[in-house]
Ligand binder design. Structure first.
Ligand code: FMN
Length: 402
């Protein structure tokens, strides 16, 4: 086996359990659930294919924690009522491979990006990024209490649903991330001081720690380490612009103290600065964006070497991803290499790469303005429009205005 590839083929430890190799899907919402949020046959088939595709980690997309936190009409939603349907999903993932992947469920509350927006505070930067009522009411303390309780309860369901791990999502501008941001100027217990801004995440971290103790659940968090706008996560204060470690370190400190096993690196708020979250092949500035992603992962790793760090920013490298990933692993900057759009483009990427069949990988074409995300924004089922005819047809429907 090629030397670089051999680094990706090695198992990785996540909280004492093993992922069979270093290749992970990244969570990719596809808006194809049953109306009640249960996985549909299409959802199950998507994940079955990823498992058969040889990934060491199958990272299940954002699962809404409650109806109020749902961002798309067919976003998956996990609750006590449909727990069995998620057990079937986990079973299907395991059954699709002789050496099953490590399974992570990502738990989310959509906040301002939910179908019925729950806006924590108004922001000149973010308010124009979504179709929400201008100057509308901000969430009451009781609404945030309810959202925190629902999300914490959903975290506690993950082990019974068959996941190895839960991701306490704190990224991309959704509720937990919005509240943690230094510019959150609410004047109740969810805003202002660091203590208050972390109250929502604290509830999720406590739930993760409880489920770890009672059910053996592993937990971690996907974090926008740097949002890249004034007062965003990773800035020094409400108006801070430059990246400042102190803007994100307190969250990592709490995760570490509670026994979290992994952190998945991401950046930005895709509704505001999409190319920060999804570096785009062929665009000027690509190398800078990649250096930032990979540098952020390295920073998290050096903050706590015991975290299994899942990195992003590899899809846009196409065939060059293997060498870059191996170099980052060798440098100790990352443990597991995550692929978002590439896992849509070719669910068999991992097995093809690891069997030395890179020539047959169908690479993400970084088409248009990322047509998979165009589908999602239009609330259509999302997938790869270049390599899968069904999603191409969905895109055409949108383009025809249907
Ligand atoms: C259609 C689509 C859906 C996504 N859904 C999620 C999601 O559910 N949770 C999440 O954390 N990130 C989500 N992302 C972001 C990806 O996980 C990933 O961070 C991003 O695409 C950059 O990685 P890549 O360059 O490998 O694609 C989504 C991105 C796209 C394009």
């Amino acid at each position: 086996m090629d030397e670089y590839l051999s680094y990706l083929a090695r198992p990785a430890d996540i909280g004492g359990r093993q992922a069979k190799n270093r290749l992970s899907t990244l969570p990719m919402e596809a808006n194809d659930s049953e109306p009640d949020g249960s996985p549909s046959e299409i959802t199950i088939e998507r994940y079955r294919r990823l498992s058969a595709g040889g990934w060491g980690v199958v990272y299940v997309e954002a699962l809404a924690s409650c109806e109020r936190g749902r961002c798309r009409p067919r976003q998956l939603m996990l609750s006590k009522r449909n727990l069995d349907s998620f057990k079937r999903l986990s079973d299907a993932i395991r059954a699709a491979s002789d050496t099953p992947p490590f399974i992570i469920y990502q738990i989310n509350h959509g906040g301002r990006y939910a179908l019925r927006p729950l806006v924590s505070y108004h922001s000149e930067i973010l308010d124009p990024t979504w179709d929400m009522p201008e100057g509308g009411a901000t969430a009451s303390t009781a609404e945030l209490d309810e959202a925190a309780d629902a999300t914490a309860e959903t975290v506690k369901l993950c082990a019974s649903a068959g996941a190895d791990a839960a991701d306490l999502k704190c990224c991309h501008g959704y509720l937990a991330a919005e509240l943690f941001r230094p510019s959150n100027n609410r004047d109740d217990k969810y805003g202002g001081s660091l203590e208050n801004r972390l109250r929502f995440m604290d509830a999720l971290i406590s739930a993760g720690a409880e489920a770890a103790r009672d059910d053996g659940l592993i937990f971690g968090s996907r974090i926008s380490i740097q949002e890249k706008f004034p007062g965003g996560i990773g800035s020094s204060g409400p108006d801070g612009t430059a990246f400042d470690f102190s803007g994100v370190a307190p969250l990592l400190e709490r995760l570490k103290a509670a026994g979290a096993a992994f952190v998945c690196e991401t950046m930005g708020v895709p509704y505001y600065n999409p190319e920060t979250t999804r570096p785009q092949a062929g665009r000027p500035g690509l190398e800078t964006a990649l250096a930032e992603h990979h540098g952020m992962a390295g920073w998290v790793k050096s903050f706590n070497p015991a975290f299994a760090v899942i990195g992003a920013g590899y899809t846009s490298l196409k065939a060059g991803c293997v060498e870059r990933a191996a170099k980052n692993i060798i440098a100790g900057d990352v443990d597991i290499i995550g692929f978002g759009r590439q896992s849509f483009a070719d669910p068999d990427t991992a097995v093809k790469l690891l069997s030395g069949d890179a020539a047959r990988v169908k690479w993400c074409a970084a088409c248009g303005k990322n047509n998979c995300s165009t589908l999602l924004r239009a609330k259509a089922p999302a997938g790869c429009v270049v390599h899968d005819r069904a999603y191409r047809a969905e895109l055409k429907k949108i383009q025809r205005g249907k």
